[in-house]
Structure formats: structure tokens, C-alpha cells
Design a protein around this ligand. Structure first.
Ligand code: GL1
Ligand code: MG
Length: 238
């Protein structure tokens, strides 16, 4: 079997998404969008919720509005209202909201000398990391507030790799969204998809959760020539 171009056996960087990976905040975003949609009489279902996962606030609102045209002022008001609904939930987040398996995997990776980043398109991601007491566990943190000042020709994971000083082929992205997994792939990185395998079709490895995931076994699954890896069924290209 041929080795995939650019991927190395040694993994030297791990890049964790925040919402739905470090804490279960993806469901809080969904609840806030659902509440806004209900108030505005806009359709909202599980399919749409999945489409919005991992997508920035303004892009999410554009998707939610569909063909409905609004003025720039009203657009801002709707985005701010959604953010205020999300903010109501944020204040009650604590370290008990860190998802199972996250800390032990990060500890095991750190002890192997792997550099670790938190990267999110959410402008609230730093706040999530502060409330859950995870902020100091990362070598670098990038959130939605940082993205506008980055070179737009590189995606957020490529920026993280540069800041970690690890080449993309030695980085692994942990993501719960299809858009995030696609961005990792575009950056030339392997990925661990968390959650519904159908949504994470192109992830290198797909698992329900990080609970009980052993770091050594995970690194074996991520090896370019792994013979076995848990992945999404019915997906041919990875
Ligand atoms: C934005 C969206 C959320 C979610 C996150 C990424 O967060 O609004 O629905 O997709 O990006 O996980 P925020 O509004 O906090 O910038
Ligand atoms: Mg996410």
C-alpha cells in the first residue's frame, strides 16, 4: 500500500476544535439558532443544524435566512440576538462540561512531546476555554476574533500549524463538523471526526467520542499505512 503524500508517521501537532470537541457547546449554539429561527418564523430542522455546525456566525445566519433578504442593520441585530442567547448559556459552563476523554488524551499527547492547539471559528471559543479551565492546556489558541488578521490564502489549521511550528503532514485535527474535517483535509492534515460517522465521511478516523480513546491506539490508527481504523461506513475516499 502506498504512503499518502506528505503524511508522516510521527505526529507532532494536534489541533482541537472547541465547540463539540472540548465541550458540548455545539448543542448550545444549535439551541440559540433554533430559538432565533422560531422567533423569526424561519424553518429549522436537524439537517440545517448539521449544516450550521462549525460555520461562522455571519455565514450561519446567511444559511438560516436562505432567500429572505434583510438590511445590514437587521442582519447585525439578528446575529447579535443569537449571540446573546448563546451567551446566556455560556456563563454557566464549568470544567464539568469538558467532554469525556479530552483531558486524558491531551495529557498523553503532551507527555509524548506533541504540541497542542485549540482552533475555532467561534468568537466565543476563548470564553468557553476560560470557563471550562482549559485555556492553559494549549500551546496556542486561535478563535474567530483572530481569523480576520490572518492571511486569507491559508486556512485556520494552516495558521495553527505555522504557529505550532509543525508541518501540516505531521498535524492531526480533531473536529465534530463536516466543514472542519474538509478544512483539515484541504490543509493536508489527517483528522479525527467526533460524532455521527455519516457527517464525518472524509475524516481519517471517525469515533463517537474521545471517551476511552487510548492515545497510542489513536496514533496507530492515524499512521499513513494503518491496516485498520474506525471510520465512517460507505465512504470510499479518505
Ligand atoms: C459561530 C457560530 C456557531 C458555531 C461556531 C463554531 O460561533 O455562531 O453557531 O458554528 O461559530 O463552532 P460564534 O457566534 O460564537 O462566533
Ligand atoms: Mg465544532
Amino acid at each position: 500500500m502506498s504512503r499518502r503524500r506528505g503524511l508522516t508517521d510521527s505526529v507532532r501537532g494536534f489541533i482541537f476544535d472547541v465547540d463539540g470537541v472540548i465541550a458540548d457547546t455545539a448543542v448550545l449554539h444549535t439551541a440559540a439558532w433554533r430559538r432565533l429561527a422560531a422567533e423569526e418564523g424561519l424553518p429549522f430542522d436537524e439537517n440545517l443544524a448539521d449544516q450550521l455546525r462549525g460555520v461562522s456566525r455571519s455565514e450561519s445566519l446567511r444559511i438560516l435566512l436562505g432567500d429572505v433578504k434583510v438590511s445590514p442593520e437587521r442582519f447585525e441585530e439578528l446575529a447579535a440576538r443569537k449571540n446573546s442567547y448563546y451567551g446566556e448559556c455560556l456563563s454557566s459552563l464549568t470544567e464539568a462540561d469538558v467532554l469525556p476523554g479530552v483531558r486524558s488524551l491531551m495529557d498523553a499527547l503532551s507527555s509524548r512531546g506533541v504540541r497542542i492547539a485549540a482552533v475555532s471559528v467561534s468568537r466565543n471559543a476563548r470564553t468557553v476555554l476560560i470557563h471550562t479551565r482549559m485555556i492553559d492546556a494549549f500551546d496556542i489558541v486561535i478563535d474567530g476574533n483572530d481569523l480576520p488578521r490572518f492571511n486569507p490564502t491559508l486556512n485556520r489549521f494552516q495558521h495553527a500549524a505555522r504557529l505550532l511550528r509543525v508541518e501540516p503532514g505531521a498535524c492531526v485535527v480533531v473536529e465534530d463538523s463536516a466543514t472542519g474535517v474538509a478544512a483539515a483535509r484541504a490543509a493536508g492534515m489527517r483528522s479525527v471526526g467526533i460524532g455521527d460517522a455519516d457527517r464525518l465521511c472524509v475524516a481519517t478516523v471517525a469515533v463517537d467520542s474521545l471517551r476511552d480513546i487510548d492515545a497510542a491506539r489513536l496514533l496507530t490508527w492515524l499512521s499513513p499505512n494503518a491496516r485498520h481504523r474506525p471510520s465512517a461506513a460507505f465512504c470510499s475516499s479518505r
